[in-house]
Design a protein around this ligand. Structure first.
Ligand SMILES: Cc1cc2nc3c(=O)[nH]c(=O)nc-3n(C[C@H](O)[C@H](O)[C@H](O)COP(=O)(O)OP(=O)(O)OC[C@H]3O[C@@H](n4cnc5c(N)ncnc54)[C@H](O)[C@@H]3O)c2cc1C
Length: 466
């Protein structure tokens, strides 16, 4: 055993360190089971002090560190390095305090999103962030990717729910910015440095998060729409009709709906196949009777105004869960080939022609199928581009070019919510100006002068001008 591993064991105890032979068989990601982790050791700190001591040791030894949460990230942001330490948050999974009066929770970074959602629900409260990977994704991962998900329309992204963070810098310095206040304009808002920076500026160890009163009533409907113009009309119609209670507006193109409601997918279709578009609508409100009436009236209005062609309303919480499981069953795209996943953002006014352009461009590649769906109420589109099994890496660049290049002229973003990681680094200049990129390099150099925290992810500092 080398001296680094010995010193690490002194900090974390025997169970806190895994040697390469004990973690190399771990999968590199939830959808990357055939790839495994590498690194000189895997550290499993239990608290902030242990994390800080690990980082200080790595700083002394010039050892790079890759922090890992639930490994559900989709842009290779947590890919390991053969000469680096893997810092896993798996033992930092305590919800420390819930303050129901202040409606604030303090939790360690390794708590899963679902663990938090379920725990605060027992007190009649809600943590509104929600995404398909809720059972595995961690709060630290959600914060460092500034995750979005299903309810951004009403509650915002993770950034909007984080009141404070505690983070450890590359040299082991602990920054306690665990602010519990909703309003705090006392100088720079330091926590923002760690939100969305994908583990490149610090390791998030604890968070204070804003909670909401649990919605007393949830209404959901799946509707069929014949034209994209009607999708845009529907968004405005429902938002107006529900007086700000619309919490989700998820669009599924007809072929994606067919995929996720046909065997081997487990759900059957609540509405018949064959419509060009399907929209999943959700509202959060206070009284079931009142909300049901308002929701039904808004939908009826949409039918009368010829905005929608058909609709089915969920009759129970169970049906609501089924509707969400249809939307979330993205794994079906891997059934008959490999798939490249995209997460872009653009004005809804440019969406239809952008999708047509991308599909036209993809027709000249070896791609087999392009499914489209997304959080369209937030201007966020996902593409799942199916390619022949085993050819994803060979075809990646040509497919990415089809998807990303048209974003430049319409001022779109190459990442709506998944982040940049390794996967989108090359395309970052499409969405950020030269000056913004230079400022990112400057920040990275200031906070991590030895380039040890998740090096190579998001932005390259080696050789970059600042
Ligand atoms: C089925 C599925 C559905 C998804 N749906 C959505 C969605 O709707 N919206 C959305 O935004 N995303 C979605 N995602 C991706 C999303 O980014 C992740 O689910 C989640 O936010 C990452 O959390 P994680 O704990 O798995 O982080 P990981 O994958 O482990 O890490 C992600 C990044 O965060 C860094 N990191 C992790 N923990 C810390 C920490 N404590 N401190 C500093 N850096 C850290 C890592 O180094 C890496 O760069 C989905 C993923 C899947 C698989």
């Amino acid at each position: 055993m080398d001296t680094f591993e010995t010193e690490l064991r002194q900090i974390l105890g025997e169970s806190g360190v895994l040697a390469p032979r004990d973690f190399h068989q771990r999968a590199a990601g939830i959808w990357r089971q055939s790839e495994s982790l590498s690194g000189i050791a895997l550290a499993r700190p239990r608290n902030t002090q242990e994390t800080a001591a690990c980082l200080a040791l790595c700083y002394q030894r010039d050892i790079p560190v890759v922090t890992q949460g639930g490994l559900t990230g989709l842009v290779r942001g947590a890919d390991t390095l053969s000469n680096g330490l893997v810092l896993s948050m798996e033992r930092m999974s305590t919800i420390e305090q819930i303050d129901p009066e202040q409606r604030v929770v303090t939790a360690q970074a390794g708590v899963t999103l679902q663990q938090l959602q379920d725990t605060v629900a027992q007190q009649g409260l809600m943590f509104p962030l929600d995404l398909g990977a809720r059972g595995t994704a961690t709060l630290g991962g959600n914060a460092s990717t500034n995750a979005g998900g299903n309810r951004v329309l009403k509650y915002g992204m993770m950034r909007d729910m984080v009141l404070g963070v505690e983070a450890v810098l590359a040299d082991g310095t602990i920054i306690n910015a665990l602010n519990p206040l909703i309003k705090n304009n006392a100088g720079y808002d330091v926590k923002q440095l760690f939100l969305g920076s994908e583990g490149t500026l610090g390791v998030i160890t604890r968070l204070t998060l804003r909670l909401r009163e649990a919605a007393q009533s949830r209404q959901m409907s799946l509707v069929a729409v014949k034209a994209f113009d009607d999708v845009k009309r529907l968004l405005r119609h429902m938002d107006r009709g529900l007086g700000g209670q619309l919490s989700a507006f998820e669009l599924l193109w007809g072929d994606f709906y067919q995929l996720v409601t046909t065997l081997p997918a487990q759900n059957s279709p609540p509405l018949p196949h064959g419509h060009p578009f399907y929209v999943l609508l959700e509202s959060h409100g206070t009284s079931h009777a009142m909300e049901h009436e308002r929701f039904s009236a808004a939908l009826e209005g949409a039918l009368v105004d010829d905005i929608i062609d058909d609709a089915v309303i969920a009759q129970s919480e169970r049906e609501c869960a089924t509707f969400w499981s249809i939307r979330d069953d993205v794994a079906q795209v891997f059934n008959d080939g490999d798939a490249l996943l995209f997460d872009v953002s653009l004005p809804i006014t440019a969406m239809q022609s952008y999708v047509e352009t991308v599909k036209r461009r993809l027709a000249d590649t070896a791609c087999m199928q392009c499914w489209t769906f997304g959080h369209v109420g937030d201007g966020n589109l996902h593409f799942a581009v199916q390619v022949p099994r085993g050819r994803a890496e060979e075809l990646r660049e040509s497919v990415e070019r089809c998807v990303y290049q048209p974003l430049r002229d319409i001022k779109g973003s190459v990442s709506a919510e998944h982040g940049i990681g390794l996967e989108k680094k090359f395309w970052l200049p499409i969405s950020r100006s030269k000056e913004e990129l230079a400022l990112m390099v400057m920040l990275k150099r200031a906070l991590d002068p030895k380039n040890l925290l998740n090096p190579g992810k998001v932005i390259d500092v080696a050789g970059a001008e600042a």
